[in-house]
Design a protein around this ligand. Structure first.
Ligand code: FAD
Length: 515
């Protein structure tokens, strides 16, 4: 199909940044980019990017409102589903919307988000269990204290819903509803790379994607919904936005911030880019772009984390609030004095595997299916864990100060004898001396659950530009620009995917087709 010459590709995701675009002005920037589109390879009323919870919920809702939907997914089918597929599958399910708004506002304190957005969220959040039940979910609901029970609205209004037994369940439920029941089309291994915009009206008309090295042009007659997740596996963005030299996902390595860059390239404003659910420290197989997880809790207690200067820097067993720890009356992310190593001794090695077999969530277990050896020997033989007869030799192997390591371990061992970690307050039941040679060290990296930043959205899920005006026909959902501006309630991301997916689905379907 031929199209008018005014549909141009507007700024490549890898090329021109928003600052350059702003200088050029929209029309000029569009006109300077690429060729006009001569042929659309695919078309749909609503094009959804990404097949996690946000994308699936958007697709299901838009379909049920009568729209023809196409999902483009970057990963092959066996790896698709993003963080949603490998997550804990639980969601925060508030029962009182006023209290939920109060709690949400308390979590956003200091980094407020617009009232209408919070209200839109919790008008629907109380119905999510009902919707999922209608879709066929078998759920158990546990009432829990909120992650911040001392915050207003935080006590007693936080439930944690789980879908029956079995892992990947929420994702499989949504997949079943989208793909099997509704026959929504999905193109796997087709990452979107650019948004196509009408240079004159500024409307988003479709996307450029890639498949097997070939560019394909996908027309969206009503709208595009960006649901491509966060930037958990984009080291440059991690450095630029999260203030860490490196970090790795416990979830999908396919989340490389593509949607953020595509939106930036056409002038979207960003929010919450410095917020993350993380970090904590976990092992990473050298060369892999994902890390082990979840909270590190091996069977033995004779281990510590040491910083670049070979000293301890935190209570290693503190159950963080999704990576945040209390600090002089506020919460801050766990510090990352990299490189960090986990140091332990022979007694600890013999006590059991650093990571349990067949863990029930995370990428390494659900997708890669890595089974850690019961005695840690396979990982030592592979050289992932270094071994030495003395602490000084171990320090040399890590490239750290031998005297400092000896001093650190000796202070730790004394704290174990005293049953008192006066420095960081580690629970005495989780302490054991590091004294039986040989000694071991494994490099641990900051590993996170997910990032929260992305394009700023309004209560209708429209992506906003830097003047806070909606970019016509561009919507978003999920952790790509999530509402969590600093504190995060566990289960809140999936809740947001379902709620804002439902809004994005309704709104995209309600757009009038441009053609
Ligand atoms: C180990 C772990 C446990 C967690 N547990 C929970 C929990 O129990 N409860 C909770 O609320 N939250 C949890 N979270 C967070 C939650 O899983 C995510 O925030 C949520 O699933 C994000 O959903 P999403 O749809 O926005 O993105 P995702 O589920 O990450 O999906 C994004 C999709 O977009 C695809 N994609 C990426 N780039 C492109 C592109 N260019 N073109 C097309 N497709 C693209 C990806 O391949 C992926 O399939 C957990 C996360 C992890 C990693």
């Amino acid at each position: 199909m031929k199209t008018s010459r005014r549909f141009f590709l507007k700024a490549t995701a890898t090329g021109m940044g928003s600052a350059a675009l702003a200088e050029l002005g929209a029309a000029e920037a569009g006109a300077t980019q690429s060729d006009p589109i001569k042929k659309w390879d695919y078309e749909a009323a609503v094009v959804v990017l990404g097949i996690g919870a946000a994308g699936l919920m958007t697709a299901i809702t838009a379909h049920d409102q009568g729209a023809d939907v196409l999902i483009l997914e970057k990963a092959p089918e066996a790896h698709a589903g993003g963080n949603t597929r490998v997550c804990g599958q639980g969601y925060w399910c508030p029962s009182d919307s006023d209290k939920a708004v109060e709690y949400q506002n308390a979590m956003s304190d200091g980094y407020p988000i617009p009232d209408d957005v919070t209200k839109a969220f919790h008008e629907r959040s109380i119905h999510v269990t009902e919707w999922l039940t209608k879709m066929g979910a078998d759920m158990s609901t546990m009432k829990t204290a909120g992650e911040y029970p001392d915050f207003p609205g935080g006590a007693g209004n936080v439930c944690w819903s789980k879908l029956g037994n079995g892992w990947q369940r929420l994702w499989l439920l949504l997949m079943e509803n989208a793909v099997k029941k509704r026959k929504i089309r999905v193109q796997y291994e087709t990452p979107a790379v650019e948004l196509i915009r009408d240079v004159k009206t500024g409307e988003v008309r479709g996307v450029v994607a890639e498949n097997k090295g070939k560019k394909i042009y996908v027309k969206a007659k009503k709208a595009v919904a960006l649901c491509t997740g966060g930037f958990e596996n984009n080291q440059e963005m991690i450095r630029d936005y999260l203030g860490m030299p490196y970090a790795y996902p416990k979830g999908s390595p396919y989340n490389t911030g593509d949607g953020i860059r595509m939106a930036m390239a056409i002038g979207a404003d960003l929010w919450h880019m410095d917020n993350q659910a993380g970090p904590d420290f976990n092992f990473r197989i050298p060369g892999k772009d994902w890390a082990f997880g979840y909270n590190f809790s091996p069977p033995g207690n004779g281990w510590i984390w040491i910083a670049k200067d070979a000293t301890r820097f935190t209570n290693e067993t503190y159950f963080t609030k999704h990576g945040k720890i209390p600090f002089h009356g506020i919460y801050v992310p766990v510090p990352t004095p990299l490189p960090v190593h986990c140091v332990f001794d022979e007694a600890m090695r013999k006590s059991g595997p650093l990571y349990p077999a067949n863990y029930f969530f995370c990428w390494w277990s659900q997708i890669e299916k890595y089974n850690w050896s019961a005695d840690n020997m396979a990982e030592i033989e592979k050289g992932w864990i270094v071994k030495a007869d003395t602490l000084k030799d171990l320090a040399a192997k890590m490239g750290k100060d031998p005297n400092a390591l000896e001093k650190t371990v000796s202070a730790w061992n004394k704290a174990c004898v005293d049953n008192n970690d006066s420095e960081f307050g580690r629970d005495s039941k989780k302490m054991a001396a590091i004294q039986t040679p040989p000694f071991y060290a494994a490099e641990f990296v900051p590993a996170f659950t997910n990032t929260q930043g992305g394009p700023r959205r309004n209560s209708k899920c429209q992506v906003l530009d830097t003047n806070r005006k909606p970019i016509p026909r561009l919507y978003s959902g999920g952790e790509l620009g999530a509402l969590y501006s600093w504190h995060y309630q566990g289960g809140g991301n999936i809740l947001e995917c379902i709620v804002f997916g439902s809004i994005a689905g309704e709104r995209t379907a309600a757009e009038k087709p441009w053609i």
